[in-house]
Design a protein around this ligand. Sequence first.
Ligand code: NAP
Length: 290
Amino acid sequence: MNPQTPRGRGAASSSLLFVVGHPVSHSLSPAMHNGVIARLGLPLHYVPVDLPPGHLRGFLRIVRAGNFLGGNVTIPYKEEAAALADTRSEAVEVCGAANTLVVRKGKLHAENTDGAGFLDALEAMGWGRRFRRVVLLGAGGAARGIAFALGGAGARGIVLLNRHPRRAERVARLLSGRYPAVAFAGGDLRPQTLREEFRGADLIVQCTSLGILGEWENFPIIDVQKSSRFADIVYRAGGTDLVRRLRARGVKTVGGLPMLAYQAARSFALWTGRDVPGEAFRRLAVKALK
Ligand SMILES: NC(=O)c1ccc[n+]([C@@H]2O[C@H](COP(=O)([O-])OP(=O)(O)OC[C@H]3O[C@@H](n4cnc5c(N)ncnc54)[C@H](OP(=O)(O)O)[C@@H]3O)[C@@H](O)[C@H]2O)c1
């Protein structure tokens, strides 16, 4: 890491970064970003903002006018932030969700680093970025970001399975328009559907809120083939229930912490122009989770 001030116009006078959500007390982002900021000796501070529903527009007005370089957006504001920003990256346009906002000359630019951060994390683990057949569980903001990134990385087939299957079908149609060479499909989360779709999948990604908000019931653990790799984007010390059970069966697994770290590294680069290795963020996140 190279201790210099942030690059870019306005950087010297801008000193705040934020994560806005409700709740945010559980977020590891302040520990990661403030840890990196301290090591680089930058004149920045990253603050958590727990915002009650109905106030995002007002908060973003303050951000545009204030001393901010930008910030992160977490549940439940990723979709609203994408809509309220002044400009959007292609990932945000397609996914309809933003996890990063960058202040540029008093305007807010929306980005989504979740999908690219997810692929960076898999690559750092030696799993690569390109998969043949992927099954995504969920169709929310994170699943859409990951599907967008996997499509861009050359996956051949991507199936989204969701509690509300119509949402998954909608997302599959939307992404088919962007990546016509990728076979997208949507479906439900019934055990029978999971069993069928798991056959021949080289990557399965758990992108629902289960593991935090409740637990999976009737998950067909036994039908996950040992040749498949399993990523759960939810993070927990020691791994989620699914990660622990699949690991015990000999399936290669990863939890959500590496993705959290690598998306943070991408967001940090957007705000400051600094490329800090995702591994530095990961180590800080592991320390904060203990
Ligand atoms: N590791 C990381 O860096 C990282 C990054 C982003 C998100 N995440 C985690 O990923 C999870 C999803 O985030 P998100 O931003 O995509 O949230 P979101 O947009 O609110 O989507 C939530 C997803 O979970 C599903 N879901 C919620 N409750 C469910 C239940 N009881 N049974 C089955 N499915 C259920 C929803 O299905 P319906 O559409 O049917 O409601 C939807 O697919 C969260 O736990 C979040 O913390 C981790």
